[in-house]
Design a protein around this ligand. Sequence first.
Ligand SMILES: *Cc1c(COP(=O)(O)O)cnc(C)c1O
Length: 393
Amino acid sequence: MGKLIYLDNAATTKTAPEVVEAMLPYFTEHFGNPSSVYSVGSSNKEVITKQRETIAKALGAKTDEIYFTAGGSESDNWALKATAEAYESKGKHIITTKIEHHAILHTGEYLEKRGYEVTYLDVDENGIVSPEAVEAAIRPDTILISVMFANNEIGTIEPIKEIGEIAHKHGILFHTDAVQAFGQVPINVDEMNIDMLSSSGHKLNGPKGIGFLYIRKGVKIRSFVHGGAQERKRRAGTENVPGIVGFGKAVELAVASMDDRIRKETELRDYAIARIEKEIPYCRLNGDRTRRLPNNINFSFRFVEGESLLIMLDMKGICASSGSACTSGSLDPSHVLLAIGLPHEIAHGSLRMTLSAETTKEEIDYTIDNLKEIVAHLRSMSPLYEDFMKKQK
Ligand SMILES: *Cc1c(COP(=O)(O)O)cnc(C)c1O
């Protein structure tokens, strides 16, 4: 094929050409500081407001409930740390789940070291958080519930509306990390009872290093960065104007193409899942089959090492991701795959492929043809597989 087949859109996406084009003038002629009095600066204030409007509209939120940040990790940190501080007189208990992104999990650990108590809820074998379990974990001193909208590894979409309803019934704030979901699936913060929501530009064909935290009016939350009066005094620092413009454009494009993209990606996803299940033995689909992001495919292949799989796919020009964190210097399998109950050795043989709107059936066919050969090849070198096959006879 010669061309790169990029199936790692949950890690990051290609910045859309329209986004790059929209950003460029804000590096050159419109370079001014939005806080300045003269017009090359102050006109950028209106530009930022316009992007805020675009984003707020996509969520059913109000314009002044959107606060720009430097990405999903910052938004998650802000939501947890600053509400924890603001509500500590009410209590110091937070509820989250075992399958959150590290931006939530490690912030939870940070807070635990500072006297907060964090409950990490289990999920079922498909990665779904049960609203009943959320309710059962609520205590008089619970101040915040944070459950991700959709999981970045296995694509499972959580019952956000129901969990939000429970949070509100008990007068508790509800935050969701929607970094994987915003722009991919419809979200409405009012209908879904969401008080805070994290998002990041580079997961939806926008630029890296820009994100936002939606904060419902009336939520008490401490400022995250102290300094100037930017972001209504809650997050100081000269605005990332090109980033904000690019993010706004990306959201505009995502909203306009959402229905089409969901239809196309879902069809391709289900085609790929069906082919893999039919043609590669001893595999397991990870994540819920239907309550699932339209672009997520995640499989475990028994008797195969995920890292070897990735390297061999890379040699065929295919970019995917594995279920272990070896690349980040640890040999532990993914906490998400362990949380859905996979044994270590099966979690290690996992592969995540995440599609984009541009992914074609030809690319998927090429990928699965190669995957089939690579899995068979790796198994042919596995003594465990050999033993297993002998016992089958
Ligand atoms: C990527 C991701 C983040 C982190 O976002 P950054 O903008 O890269 O900091 C947080 N949560 C989830 C679910 C993600 O997929």
